[in-house]
Design a protein around this ligand. Sequence first.
Ligand code: NAP
Length: 555
Amino acid sequence: ISLWPWQHSHGLVYRTITRTGCNLMSTENNFDAVIIGAGFAGMYALHKIRGLGFKVKAYERASDVGGTWFWNRYPGARCDVNSLEYSYQFSDELQQEWSWSERYSSQPEILSYAKHVSERFDLRKDIQFETKVTQLEYDENAEVWHGQTDRGEEFTSRIMIMATGCLSKSNTPQFEGLNQFEGQLLHTAQWPHTEVDFAGKDVGVIGTGSSAIQLIPIVADQAKTLTVFQRTANFSIPAHNSDMDKKHEAQVKANYKEFRAQNSLQRSAIGMVPNPVSALEVSDEEREQTYEERWSVGGLPFAATFNDLGIDRRANSTAVDFVHRKIKDIVKDEQTADTLCPDTVLGCKRLCVDSNYYETFNRSNVFLVDIKQNPIKNITHNGLVTADKEFKFDSLILATGFDAMTGALADISITGREKQTLASHWSEGPQNYLGLMVSGFPNMFTITGPGSPSVLSNMIVAIEQHVNFITNLLDFMKQTQRKTVETSEKAETEWVQQVNAIAAQTLYTSGCNSWYLGANIPGKPRIFMPHIGFPTYVEKCNEVAAQDYRGFKFS
Ligand code: NAP
């Protein structure tokens, strides 16, 4: 049994005793590090860990790279972060070579970027596609993880990197009769790879989150009729998407490093200029004008129109009133407009970014059904029944989101020290240190897990920061001949308390039910999962690393 995972790169041969007995496993399936997932996190982790001279492999359930951008192929799927920001920065050559065609990139373009990266850095040879890791068990004696896949393969690895994604486990609500539907049943997060033709069809969509809001205008354009089933109205800000401004692109590329550095100082690591003024300290005219300016710029920066929208209900209600007025200006039918006006705090659910969403409800072939008033009773063989009406469809689209942040981890049976499972450790909600390590699960790292800025920040920036932290830590272990690293329950408890304390000062926890709180999944513990604030998080990580990785224990 190898004591040091990196030794075989210097030519040492070793054998492993498997957990099930004394079967000798071939060294082929023994790794220094195994990565689960080949989305943007898994790909960068693979690139960096290879650079440490480790024997590393990634397993990916999809047939190609791209993670969430591989699966979410519904019409209109597009990123809500500017293309020049939603990309890797670790290679200046890469960011100089690649050109984005639009201000906000479409899913096909992001996927082709992911493929380009996988080829450019020769990653594919170490990724095994169409393979789902189903089980991981820590062997305390050998200090390795034993893994099993859905292909019946086994592997061992000293280090596990969980790059399983925050929005990768789709949520299919258990509607009664769902499996009896005989028409075309689709889920936005499991969209077919061939084009879906809605021409001449009656289509229903359940859900009005970001995915639905992007898809609805496009499907409405093709279908005979489109009926939208809305449980909770969402706030959506126009994207004002456009072709890439080549002059702006050239300016950014001329000074990309500085552009990235400035953006990473923002709370969400997104280059939205915050307005350091309270919504309550300005005149009605100035407030209205400021909202108008932000609305005309469009997108997520609307949430930063004033500095207290996320913490003060009175300030927030001025933004709510503004968007309600916009909806009522756009949507001609008064009742439909009223139903589209959200009754929650603005921004406590992820703000949606759209192209012609509200305008679509002026079409004669589009209908809105308020399922808060008239809940869905059951799905039938050719449609669905609400409390007061029956609907018939050729196609039914579930735009019902994800079991976010923890869903993909919970899908793997993970057993750590003393036979404790991750499921039982997290039975009251996810607990970890810095969003990176769970106590009792040595040498296992999560990338952009709960407890880290992840979904509240530019994901690719957050991914690079996490992977850099992890690989620096692994390099430190290599240099200092440490075999294992883990965190303590104390460090974990204190971190969770800190994440919760920050969230409690905001409207995220009191303003609505959101997937940030796990509130969209029946039975999931209600706990605010992401850490608010990218720069403060990075500062904390740097401080921890400078103090010989305070909060981590090594052996
Ligand atoms: P989502 O925001 O969770 O929306 C799911 C929708 O389905 C909600 O309207 C929800 O209603 C409804 N729903 C769920 N279960 C239901 C049930 N049992 N009965 C009736 N309605 C039900 O999911 P999403 O739209 O896929 O977006 C998830 C996240 O992915 C976004 O917040 C965003 O972070 C990311 N995303 C980003 C982009 C982009 O970059 N532009 C695009 C798509 C997605 P309730 O609100 O009442 O629960």
